[in-house]
Ligand binder design. Structure first.
Ligand SMILES: Nc1nc2c(ncn2[C@@H]2O[C@H](COP(=O)(O)OP(=O)(O)OP(=O)(O)O)[C@@H](O)[C@H]2O)c(=O)[nH]1
Length: 492
């Protein structure tokens, strides 16, 4: 009997939607027989530029351009004279590297030319490579696509690499590196293994249900594995938006009564003149957005119209837009004029926005609030003030910069709660695609529990496992791959 069960475990593991492993090769890249080349370092004048090739003619290309013409030792930098293969004209003296496949980034034969970064050198070497038979310029993301096709990277690792290239803040870099290291894929493969075992138990029941030799409780074991998975997936889905916020930026909305210094604060935090600052109340009419790095976290900072009963149609529309934006805020940065707290517009803002938000429980997913009393430089030294019945607040002067460090620390804490801390805890779901497949997997587990017979239950487990496989491998769907690789630049 147990031999039968082991066979079933093996059979379940061989299912059609098994997640891809590093050893396997996947969907072939269109036109992957060609050898590709591209400038992999940034454009423009620089100290060193890196040009690389990938494909079967890489060794030939290296020999055609270099003197002496023999291939260097694998993975060892070597100084060579580069010249045009047709005219023989010298192009540069450069370091070259030879990475025979499969031990290379793409899994194919690869070569690298570390040339001097002048535009004439770079274009001379690129043109020379274009004249080598069998070579063509690479498309955007084609090197990484080949690495994926040869099983060098899983799809979640590819996404991590794309995020690493686009990372603009410390927190984004940390999250991308963890994903590139395969943590999310590893977690999914662990869940897929659990599903495979549960499926094996259900299939054993289907095949040997009437057999006295079948160990008791196989279905119960499958049920408990499914329950465990439900808990794990549910916890991850509850955190789902955090990873996405960390990737694309949390919404921080600066709001307050007119003339409190909101635009001054937006300019101070973004270190550029995003908004017009003037002593005239009601200057900002529309929502102005700017992406910023706030204490290491990415944020989309919005300046909004001062909240008051508007006098004209344009101002009323501005206030409507400000309120709408407040609804979408991950963090509300509420600004009051410390020297004008008793004014009707300050009191109204406290009643309508600050006090309700401050009363909400900070459960990690709700809107969060940082209250700033600006223009502290106008307060009489030593008090009296601020009023003790205000919610927790910080004193700031946009004019002198006093209090800015405390504000950045308060924002860092709020953003860490909103985005999650990428250095600790389980890997976060960084894309809507991840969330979709985890939700699909969870739904299928729900169908498993409601299934009227065991064959339907087994089918539900196969669907659940398929979702996890799609998450790490893309399920071989060209459209998904095209969307993901579109984000890459040429040369990566
Ligand atoms: N003394 C002092 N004045 C400030 C400070 N911050 C801003 N101001 C001044 O306050 C006035 C209003 O500043 P803004 O930044 O335009 O205020 P706002 O809240 O965006 O104004 P609205 O567009 O009307 O909503 C300007 O004259 C600023 O120079 C501060 O910390 N101290």
């Amino acid at each position: 009997m147990w031999r039968g069960l082991l066979t079933l475990v093996a059979r379940a593991a061989r299912g059609p939607l098994r997640p891809c492993t590093r050893q396997g090769s996947r969907t072939p890249v269109p036109g992957s027989g060609a050898t590709i080349f591209a400038l992999s370092s940034g454009q423009g004048r620089c100290g060193i530029a890196v040009i690389r090739t990938s494909g079967p003619a890489s060794g030939h290309a290296l020999r055609s351009l270099t003197a002496p013409r023999d291939l260097p030792q694998a993975r060892r930098a070597c100084l060579r004279l580069l010249s045009d293969p047709r005219s023989g004209e010298p192009l540069d003296r450069a370091l070259v590297l030879w990475f025979p496949g499969p031990q290379s980034f793409t899994g194919e034969d690869c070569a690298e030319f570390h040339v001097h970064g002048g535009p004439a050198v770079v274009s001379g070497v690129l043109q020379a490579l274009g004249r080598v038979p069998g070579l063509r310029p690479a498309e955007a993301g084609e090197f990484t696509r080949r690495a994926f096709a040869h099983g060098k990277l899983s799809l979640t690792e590819v996404e991590g690499l794309a995020d690493l290239i686009h990372a603009e803040t410390e927190a984004q870099r940390r999250q991308a590196l963890r994903q590139l290291d395969g943590e999310l894929g590893h977690l999914c493969r662990g869940w897929a293994d659990t599903l495979t075992k549960a499926l094996a138990h259900v299939e054993a029941y289907i095949d040997f249900g009437e057999d006295d030799d079948l160990e008791e409780g196989v279905l119960e074991r499958a049920d408990s594995q499914v329950r465990e998975l439900e808990v794990a997936l549910g916890a991850h889905l509850r955190d789902a938006r955090r990873g996405q916020r960390l990737r694309s930026g949390a919404h921080v909305v600066v709001a307050g009564p007119p003339n409190a210094g909101k635009s001054s604060l937006v300019n101070l935090l973004s270190r550029k003149p995003v908004s017009i600052v003037s002593p005239e109340p009601g200057t900002t009419r529309d929502v102005l957005e700017t992406p910023v790095d706030l204490a290491g976290f990415p944020a989309l900072l919005s300046d909004t119209a001062g909240l008051r009963e508007g006098t004209g149609l344009v101002e009323q529309e501005g206030v409507r837009r400000a309120r709408e934006r407040l609804e979408q805020a991950d963090v509300i940065l509420a600004v009051l004029d410390a020297s004008d707290l008793a004014s009707p517009s300050s009191c109204n803002f406290l009643d309508v926005v600050v006090n309700p938000a401050a009363g909400r429980s900070p459960d990690g997913n709700s809107q969060r609030l940082v209250l700033v009393l600006n223009k502290s430089d106008l307060l009489p030294p030593g008090g009296p003030y601020p009023s003790p019945d205000l919610p927790p607040h910080l004193l700031l002067s946009c004019l002198t910069g006093e209090g800015l460090d405390d504000l950045l620390e308060a924002l860092r804490k709020e953003l860490a709660a909103v985005c999650g801390d990428p250095s600790t805890g389980p890997p976060l779901l960084t894309r809507a695609r991840h969330q979709h497949h985890l939700q699909g997997c969870l739904d299928a587990l729900g169908h498993y529990k409601q299934a009227k017979d065991v064959s339907l239950a087994a089918e539900a487990l196969r669907v659940a496992r398929g979702h996890l496989a799609h998450l790490t491998s893309g399920g071989g769907t060209e459209e998904i791959l095209d969307i993901i690789f579109r984000d890459f630049c040429v040369g990566k």
